[in-house]
Design a protein around this ligand. Structure first.
Ligand code: NAD
Ligand code: MG
Length: 339
């Protein structure tokens, strides 16, 4: 594995360039502000004319343009609008407006790897994908640290795409934590698998099953919430800090023994066969095809699932506890700037 740090990057390669960041959501605000604070003098944010984020970006002193204007102006265009709309954005606003030899950049490999976007041949195409939420990319940078990022090049028209990408990654703070070389395919498929099986899908399903088991057995929902939701962060923090052994060292011997005897009963070997099915659907392109079909239809089942999830008892109990004990939310990473 190739890992780069700030000392390996020539940040002047990016500081001199006109950089357009498309979108000012989770990743967009972090990239734009970190680039500017790293000394890039020509950073603009591209948004739709009716976007509520225009005020926020201008409030930070950033120039705002439309995507078409930004594409004509910029040397580097970082696409940080939602994945499901990137192909339309590229076809309608970028393809015919990007300068000859400009760089087109992404924070996720999906659009390029699954060929939803086929970039013009004269463009450099690279990816700088932070391995963390945008709000952490900004807060870590602001305290002098950084979030690790993945760097990949899909198209190297100038012969310089890697070095420009490395400079970009360093300027958003990635070089303080580690810039890891990869490919669009590897980033995209592992990212989709991780969020579906472990991080988002796997974890929320595990949490819900635990919460429901306790509540259905007659225990107080507040107790179930503390056990199965709240404490997850404390346990994960220990694993993050020093691995699984570090967590097991910190919990009681009773908890550690319970981990060994009951963990594999709950998540047994058969889970891997189902995870493999999830991975197969990602690799074959089926997952992305289904998601894009869902988006083209106006996201009916996605929105229905979101409503059902919001009505789950777990959310009600969580809201009540955060109201009673505001400190619960104070330490949490909540994305309050999303529009
Ligand atoms: P987001 O939903 O938080 O923000 C999207 C932004 O794009 C908003 O400001 C929205 O107003 C704007 N936007 C939407 N459509 C637009 C259009 N047609 N033209 C211009 N602007 C438009 O998105 P996000 O979660 O920051 O994701 C952006 C990219 O970063 C995606 O490729 C995603 O996979 C990647 N990524 C996200 C995270 C994360 O922490 N959220 C982590 C790693 C990579
Ligand atoms: Mg991810």
């Amino acid at each position: 594995m190739q890992v780069y740090y700030d000392r390996d990057a020539d940040v002047s390669l990016i500081k001199k360039k006109k950089i357009a960041v498309i979108g000012y959501g989770s990743q967009g605000h972090a990239h734009a502000l970190n680039l500017r604070d790293s000394g890039a003098t020509d950073v603009c944010v591209a948004l739709r004319e009716d976007s509520a984020s225009i005020k926020k970006a201008e409030g930070e002193g950033l120039k705002v343009m439309t995507s078409a204007e930004a594409a004509k102006w910029a040397d580097v265009v970082m696409v940080l609008s939602p994945d499901e709309g990137q192909a339309q954005l590229y076809n309608e606003h970028l393809k015919d407006n990007l300068k000859q030899g400009a760089a087109l950049a992404f924070a996720h490999g999906l659009s390029v790897h699954f060929r939803l976007i086929e970039p013009r041949e004269d463009l450099d195409v690279f990816m700088v994908a932070p391995k963390g939420p945008g709000h952490t990319v900004r807060s870590e940078y602001a305290r002098g640290a950084g979030v690790p990022v993945l760097l990949a090049v899909a198209q190297d028209a100038s012969g310089n795409a890697h070095d420009i990408g490395l400079a970009y990654a360093s300027a958003i703070g990635g070089g303080r934590a580690g810039i890891i070389g990869t490919t669009f395919r590897e980033e995209c498929e592992t990212d989709l698998f991780g969020e579906q099986s472990v991080l988002c899908g796997g974890l929320t399903s595990l949490i819900k099953a635990g919460f429901e088991t306790l509540v259905e057995a007659g225990y107080a929902p507040e107790m179930a919430y503390f056990e199965c939701v709240h404490e997850v962060k404390l346990i994960v923090d220990l694993i993050y800090e020093g691995g699984i052994a570090n967590m097991r060292y910190s919990v009681s011997n009773t908890a550690e023994y319970g981990d060994y005897v009951s963990g594999p009963r709950v998540v047994d070997e058969s889970v891997k066969a189902r995870m493999k099915e999830v991975l197969d659907d990602i690799q074959s392109g089926r997952f992305v095809r289904d998601w894009m079909t869902e988006c083209a239809a106006g996201q009916p089942s996605f929105k229905a699932e979101r409503r059902i999830a919001a009505e789950h008892g777990i959310e009600e109990v969580g809201a009540k506890l955060r109201g009673m004990m505001p400190w619960i939310a104070e330490n949490a990473l909540v994305d309050k700037s999303k529009n």
